[in-house]
Design a protein around this ligand. Sequence first.
Ligand code: ADP
Ligand code: MG
Length: 701
Amino acid sequence: MHPNPLHTPVTYLKGVGPGRASLLGRELGIETYQDLLYLFPNRYIDKTRFHKIRELQRNSADVQVVGKIIHLKTVEQKRGKRLVATFVDDTGEMELVWFRSHQWFRDRLKLNAPYVIFGRVNWFNGRFSMPHPEITPVEVFRQQRRIAMQPVYPSTEKLGQQGVTNRVVAQWMQQLLSEVGEVIPETLPAGLREELHLPIKKEALLQAHFPDSTEQLARAQFRLKFEELFYIQLALLTKKMQRKSRIKGLPFEKVGEAFTGFYQHHLPFELTQAQKRVLREIRADLGSYAQMNRLLQGDVGSGKTIVAVMAILLAIDNGYQACLIAPTEILAQQHFQSVRELLEPMGLEVALLTGSVKARQRAPVYEKLRSGELPVLVGTHAVLEDKVRFANLGLAIIDEQHRFGVAQRARMWKKNQTPPHVLVMTATPIPRTLAMSLYGDLDVSVIDELPPGRKPIRTLHRTDADRLRVFGFLREQIALGRQVYVVYPLIQESEALDYKDLMDGYESITREFPAPRYQVSIVHGKMKPEAKDFEMQRFVGGQTQIMVATTVIEVGVNVPNATVMVIESAERFGLSQLHQLRGRVGRGADQSYCILMSGNKLSGEAKTRLQTMVDTNDGFEIAEADLRLRGPGDLMGTQQSGLLALKIADVVKDQDILRSARFYAQQLLRKDPGLELEEHRMVREKMARMDVFRTIWDYIS
Ligand code: ADP
Ligand code: MG
């Protein structure tokens, strides 16, 4: 055996062997005893329960009936034979069907002898039938030990074909538990286990595989989920402590003239309470000697820009440069304009650096950045190019972070000896629990309040039959001087068709809204950047009333006079995308509308999505719904999904356990930050073994 018995390759387990071991590896990623131990059942079957035929429900699984066969016949079909038995109990009659091995069964099954059958029932031709039942003579059944909760393990087609049935896996598991049960180390401190009444690990694993009762199972699962989440939280919190103590930050010690001058004379509106709170949090970070690594979440329109600008002013007050990076050209330009409007009256220069800025204009920007003469740079990823050197970059703000890759974030760090403070702004709210498990080492600030006077956007769901009425409504709004977006989906896989839809849509809109009375803009990804900008500018400037576009306008565009967002084929968009699109309206004082157009036939999930949009404007609620519908992998993008490869816990369903795990992890670290106490030795050792966290850490920092 291996020095650590749990690391023994599965091939050594009795009954497995090299062939099946490599099959387990390929099919389920199981290499060691430990891996097998953590293959948890998907569900459990209760074989102590019996059903009467009269009580059967259509399509129910795990049905067990006692009765007898009163008739057996072989039915010839075009595609082959099947064996059909008529099975009765004292309440009714059903069929048992065999498509394979019918001769074998025909020879052995006895008429009028009592059997126990088990399987899934279908409703077929007006009667219940059970294909390929497990069938056991009652006298044999009586001798078997029956388990109230028999585990059903995850499987694959190949495993089944190779004879690795559920019964086989359950046998292995029993074998494994009897071999290693005694050496499974405890991994939670006794104090914690007592406080939470958690079973010991060995017992929890045993009960998770072969529970004695549903109560025992629940206790076992709770303990294992808690442990899993507890260690993730410990690792993330430890990482955060290390970052704070090891990575020296640039201290922004003073609040100077730029900040106070702006606050007193140039602030265009009163800050919301949420904006003030977030600013205090940022100031506290910047004033400490640790590097800031903060995620600022705020729904679309919640006013993140002004917070960014005020953080920039703090950098300037302390003699540092700052940059603001956006994911798209259009968004960078809008940021540039708004930042410049706010800062130039104070005599502060702001420059723009994007892919479309000409080389001639770039040279002086590079020069001024290097000399330190230019305090503020706004741009796209062009800012990350090696040519761009700052004299003393103190603060990097990244907007709409989900569009930036990890590598790009890392490049910001290379621009200085001491890493700049980093503020990541996102309008895609990440549910708190997910933020906790993914960004546990980032500090999170939330702007959870919209500026005053905003009217909530009214969202309606309409179908093609309502189209004329929708057009009528658009005319009314335009007559009031408002502007309208009409957005079409554009998905890579169906690009050609989607472009056709967009062009058809554009044509029908220009027909319904003819020039010269109406002017219609169109913007899509195939246009040259200059043409796109030209059209955008016409819409921003109010020369056109309708903007027909693909999702290029999703992010950041700010046209307060636009009050209607029509989303075509809305059922094809994801929830967070719909929410982002809706955020393009409702930016001014007027009542705004979002109209979701869809076909009549919708999948259940699509209906839920559209209904969620109609029901709520709250980005966090929408993110939670999205998480429930799609799971965390999709929500965060594939790149991050690996981080959530939890073995037993579920970030969506086990949010309460996650919160509690985080609480106790914090408590433990407060008491013993270095994990030096004897009672925490097991914790320290387990943390050292968890190489999985290296990946998380690499990702985050
Ligand atoms: P987002 O968080 O989506 O980036 P912005 O920063 O673009 O939001 O702000 C949206 C709009 O709200 C802007 O027009 C901005 O000037 C305005 N705004 C921001 N904060 C306030 C406030 N406290 N009071 C009034 N208007 C505000
Ligand atoms: Mg913004």
